[in-house]
Each structure stands twice: as structure tokens, then as C-alpha cells.
Design a protein. Structure first.
Length: 131
């Protein structure tokens, strides 16, 4: 099946934000059944939503960090923290988004989000290693 223009645009945005290596590995592990989800994700989320002109990528990344905190999805947060760095969100801005989200989402969600973000920031070299 030929991919749509929306899929191709979404795939480019997805690679730009999350990194081609991550996205391509994610797609390489996808069978026909899961490709239905990958198409929806790539077309709707990345091709349509992330490609709209109303918000820049940095703002969208900051929203994603807050939303994933609110949803209690620390396992997803790491890749979006890495994406936030790619779109120009500073470590201090990530910290402030997490503080703000913690105030509204509660301590357990905030703690999980801070831990996930911290691990990613360390892995990406955005924070110095302790000690």
C-alpha cells in the first residue's frame, strides 16, 4: 500500500522530533497488524497535529511533557523529553513544566515524571552525572 502524503509528512516530523534512529527502529519492529496503528499515529498525530501552524514544535513538546505527566505515562515520557531537547526546550524549561504539572497532577505523577525525565536528561548528556 502506497503511503499517503500525510503519512510521509508525519514521518518526517516524527523523525525530526524523536530522531530517525528511534522512529525507524520502531517501524522496523512493526508487523502488518501493528502497522495499522503506526499509520494512524504517523498521519494523525505527526502529519496532521504536529504539522499545524498554530503552535511551534517547542510549545508542542512542552505540552507533551505536561500531558504525559498528567496521564501518568513515565514510560513514554523519556522519548518526549529527548524530543523536547531536540525542539529547543531547555533543561530548566523541562524542569518548570514538570513542577507546574506536579502542582496540578499530584506528587506521585510528578515524582514519576521527574524520575523519567532525569534518566533521559542524564542519558542525553544534558545533565552532569552525580558524584
Amino acid at each position: 500500500m502506497a503511503e499517503s502524503e500525510l503519512f510521509e509528512r508525519g514521518l518526517q516530523v516524527r523523525r525530526d522530533v524523536l530522531g530517525a534512529e528511534y522512529v525507524d527502529a520502531n517501524l522496523a519492529d512493526t508487523d502488518e497488524f501493528m502497522m495499522a496503528f503506526q499509520r494512524v499515529l504517523t498521519e494523525w498525530v505527526w502529519g496532521y497535529t504536529w504539522s499545524r501552524p498554530g503552535l511551534d514544535r517547542k510549545t508542542r513538546s512542552m505540552l507533551n511533557v505536561a500531558i504525559l505527566t498528567a496521564l501518568g505515562r513515565p514510560q513514554e515520557l523519556g522519548v518526549y523529553v529527548k524530543g523536547a531537547l531536540t525542539t529547543g526546550v531547555s533543561v530548566d524549561e523541562i524542569k518548570e513544566v514538570l513542577i507546574h504539572a506536579t502542582a496540578y497532577c499530584g506528587m506521585p505523577a510528578g515524582r514519576q515524571a521527574f524520575q523519567a525525565a532525569h534518566a533521559t536528561l542524564l542519558a542525553e548528556g544534558a545533565l552532569p552525572r552525580p558524584g
